[in-house]
Design a protein around this ligand. Structure first.
Ligand code: FAD
Ligand code: SIN
Length: 526
């Protein structure tokens, strides 16, 4: 069935819902979401949302911490917007009914997370995303002009006269005969992350990088995709999901220990357990290599009742595998958690394709640079979701990316590797390959092999996809395309910085690499 609306939003996480609240007050909105409406990375967010609201805090301090975490590649203007506007949007959330934890005196309780100079993370126990999502859904529905299409997957952007005119979709369980298109004057990609590209990830199954794939295929620029954040403390029990064990646990005193019960991160990192995520993750890899044994999170020295009350999500995840969060040593290890890169936008969510906007994890606003500061992601979705909604109401559009906010190195769009490689790898093979060769520790040889394999997989994708393509086909299409983009960018960046670590180029190289790798499709528009 074909529809027409003023605005289309793809995705029901924090970025899509925050935009929906404003857009539904200004026009008819169709919101597509490919699973249940509450299924999103947002729904799993644990630690909280960072904002300079504490008595000892200031946006300038938040700015400094964000820039430091970004390891030289943050877009300062975007970070300024994030930290200056963040407190206003977070206060608005409390007005809309979000119940952040409070201390006995009624003040909002702020948690500490790695690489934050002060306590600055608002949270609702360790289920902050679910609480924010609940309130945003209520607020958006009150606006009344939203048609929500659940279990509806966006499969291609409609590009006409050099602008985005709408989206094609398929409904779950069917092929094209169960699909249709929605045309609108503005379309927001809020499709979230791509952790599923890797075999080991904290992300739920929906996080397959669809937005990057759609935007790239439509000819919009994507940027910074080599920068992937690996969270150091995902539950590491063979055969069980890699459930996140929030950084807030370490913020509240949990310790990383080796098999002998010794703290070890200080051996590799001066900031110890609360160093930035990439550093703690690599410290774990080195300790595991040194001892040949797993590492653990230990909360045994903390009060058990407090631990279970403050971290019910982590507590339940441990219980599900027969462990007591407060009393047992919990085996942990790194897992792919967040993609810093994405669809390139300006400060108002405009992409390089007129009519197409992006916000949240799918976007590359430049706020995270080469590495994201903990709990800045929910904030980014909130602030830039609202900004994109404001820009989408302009008529005519001011044009995509009116001002460049960064220096870009425009990489050639040639295909590295041989597209005519051996048989096409399946989904599991792709995800394992990405983990092994494009994961926490990369090198040129492994990356070249990954690019070659993924190039052969890209060559097997039909353009356009066949009628009746299955859910698995669509999923594989995204994983292959986004995996290939990540691997190519990682191969090109011959240095180490933020989330990107090359064993063959272990140093940061500001002379050659204080720049961004951007890509634009020249050959795969649908
Ligand atoms: P999401 O919340 O991921 O929403 C994406 C939406 O798009 C979903 O509704 C999905 O179904 C839909 N979608 C995707 N593709 C399609 C398609 N083709 N068609 C239709 N719909 C589609 N960040 C923090 O700041 N603080 C935290 O404490 C925190 N904890 C985290 C814990 C975990 C376990 C994880 C995985 C992430 C965490 N993060 C945290 C990161 C943060 O949750 C995400 O980056 C953020 O929620 C992304 O929001 P979003 O709106 O961009 O996308
Ligand atoms: C966590 O709770 O450790 C995740 C927070 C984040 O990803 O910002």
């Amino acid at each position: 069935m074909n529809r027409r609306a003023d605005f289309v939003i793809i995705g029901s996480g924090i970025a899509g819902l925050r935009a929906a609240v404003d857009l539904a007050a200004r026009g008819d909105v169709v919101l597509l979401t490919k699973a249940d409406p509450t299924e999103s990375n947002t729904g799993y967010a644990q630690g909280g949302i960072a904002a300079a609201v504490g008595p000892d805090d200031h946006p300038d301090l938040h700015f400094a911490d964000t820039m430091a975490a970004g390891d030289g590649l943050c877009a300062a203007a975007a970070v300024r917007v994030l930290v200056d506007e963040g407190p206003r949007y977070v206060r608005e959330l409390t007005e809309w009914g979000v119940r952040f934890d409070r201390s006995p005196d009624g003040a909002i309780a702020l948690a500490r997370e790695a690489a934050h100079a002060v306590r600055r993370v608002l949270h609702a126990a360790d289920a902050t995303g679910r609480e924010i999502g609940r309130a945003l859904w209520n607020k958006a529905r009150q606006a009344g002009r939203i048609e929500v299409l659940n279990h509806t997957r966006a499969v291609a952007l409609i590009v006409e006269d050099g602008a985005c005119a709408g989206v094609r979709y398929v409904r779950a369980g069917g092929g094209r005969e169960h699909g249709g298109e929605v045309r609108a004057r503005g379309l927001l990609l809020a499709t979230g992350g791509a952790g599923q590209v890797f075999s080991d990830t904290t992300n739920p199954p929906i996080a397959t990088g669809d937005g990057v794939c759609l935007a790239w295929q439509a000819g919009a620029r994507v940027a910074d995709l080599e920068f992937v954040q690996f969270h150091p403390t995902a539950l590491n029990v063979p055969g069980s999901p890699r459930v996140l064990l929030s950084e807030a646990l370490r913020g509240e005193g949990a310790r990383l220990v080796n098999v002998a019960g010794e703290r070890f991160t200080g051996r590799y990192e001066p900031a110890g357990d609360l160093a930035s995520r990439d550093r703690v993750s690599r410290a774990i890899v080195r300790e595991v290599a040194r001892t040949g044994q797993p590492v653990f999170l230990s909360l045994q020295h903390l009060d058990a009742t407090t631990v279970h009350a403050r971290f019910p999500t982590a507590s339940a995840a441990c219980r599900a595998v027969g462990l007591d969060l407060a009393r047992d040593r919990i085996p942990v290890g790194p897992a792919a958690h967040y993609v810093m890169g994405g669809v390139e936008t300006d400060l108002w969510g405009r992409t390089t394709l007129p009519g197409l906007f992006a916000a949240g994890e799918v976007a590359c606003t430049g706020v995270h640079g080469a590495n994201r500061l903990a709990s800045n992601s929910l904030l980014e979705g909130l602030v830039f979701g609202a900004r994109a909604a404001a820009a989408m109401q302009e008529r005519p559009y001011a044009g995509a990316l009116a001002a460049q906010v960064r220096d870009w190195t425009d990489a050639p769009a040639d295909v590295l590797g041989d597209p005519a490689g051996p048989g096409a790898p399946g989904e599991d093979e792709i995800r394992r390959l990405m983990w092994d060769a494009v994961g926490l520790v990369r090198d040129g040889r492994g990356l070249e092999q990954a690019v070659t394999t993924l190039s052969s997989a890209i060559a097997t994708l039909d353009t356009p996809p066949p009628d009746g393509a299955s859910e698995a086909d669509w999923r594989r299409r995204s994983l292959v395309t986004v995996g290939w983009l990540i691997a190519r960018a990682a191969l090109r960046r011959a240095e180490s910085r933020g989330g990107h670590f090359r064993a063959d180029f272990p140093q940061r190289d500001d002379v050659h690499w204080s720049a961004h790798i951007v890509e634009r499709s020249r050959h795969r528009s649908l």
